[in-house]
Design a protein around this ligand. Sequence first.
Ligand code: HEC
Length: 165
Amino acid sequence: MPIRHWHQAGLLLALAGPLSGALAERLAPPPGLTPLGEAARLPNPYRGQPAAIQAGQAAYEEHCAACHGEQASRAVAEGPDLRRLNSACRRLTDAALQAHCLRDVDAYFLRSVHEGKRRAGLMHMPAWQGVLPQETIWAIRSFTESRPLPPPRTLPDLPPVEPDR
Ligand code: HEC
């Protein structure tokens, strides 16, 4: 059954068990990366490191791609395009300001992944606190921010509206 909507994906994940509440199991960090310990590290300690980008790609495919798009390369997916998170920071020309901006986005990224996204009791994205170690989260962030940005979307690029079936 193709997953057409993010809430179906969320429901499937919830039913699948490993991510839901008491059954959540802590996963091992990717091998070969510098261990980061328990205390949250900011900014992303792996930014730009090829080994982290590679490990992050594998973890992204496993945990995030179903909702955020394969290879972080689809402009249209159920979840937001994570390549665009740094867009505002990239426009800053002052290096110190840009570093500050990236650190803020890093904090938002870590919090989003830890707490998940829930609105009006509906799970949009599962919470990964206690499941994904921060090594994995920072590796994923390193991967998504290393992906090239798509050209800005214009109206004719948008997919035709299909009636819900
Ligand atoms: C079940 C689907 C699903 C999965 C799996 C999922 N996400 Fe999400 N994610 C979403 C949706 C939907 C949103 C937007 C929710 C909202 O804004 O209320 C979101 C939002 C986010 C945001 C905030 C983005 C923004 O533009 O504000 C980040 C960061 C994020 N996800 C990272 C991840 C990472 C990293 C993974 C893998 C570890 C992941 N997500 C797995 C569905 C998912």
